[in-house]
Write a protein that binds this ligand. Sequence first.
Ligand code: ZN
Ligand code: ZN
Length: 143
Amino acid sequence: MPKAAAIHDGYEETISHNGHRLTPQRREVYDVLLAERDHPTASEVFLRAKHRMPAISLATVYNCLETLVACGLAKQVNVDRDATRYCPNLEEHGHFVCDRCGGVTDVPPTKGSRLEKAWRLPPDFIVTHSEITLRGLCPYCNT
Ligand SMILES: [Zn+2]
Ligand SMILES: [Zn+2]
C-alpha cells in the first residue's frame, strides 16, 4: 500500500510539528495500527505492541494513542458503547460494522460523491466532517 507508506514516511515530521517527541513507543503503537487495519481497541493494540516491546504498559499505549489522535495520524471510532477503536486511515471513509462478529471494515465513498448532495441538508447548515456507520453482515457471517 504505497499511500500508507507515504504517511508513515511523514510520521516523524507530523509528530514533531505538533510539538511531540518521536518515542519508540509511539512508533510501535503507530506501526501496530498500520499493520492490521481491523480497528483495534487500546487493549488490543497493547497486546500486539507487547510482542515486540514487552516492557510497554497499557497506560503508555493509551498515551501514545491519544498523541496520535491529537496529531491527526489516527482517528477514534466509537461503535455503540464498546471500547473506543482506532483507525489510521486518514482518507474520507465510513465504517461497516458486522452485527454478528463485530468486525469493522473501512468503506470508501463512491468516487466524486459529495456529502452535501447525499443528504437534504437544511439551508445554512455546513458539514465539517462525517461519521458514517453502515451495519449488516460481513462476507464471513453472510452465509
Ligand atoms: Zn476506519
Ligand atoms: Zn461478521
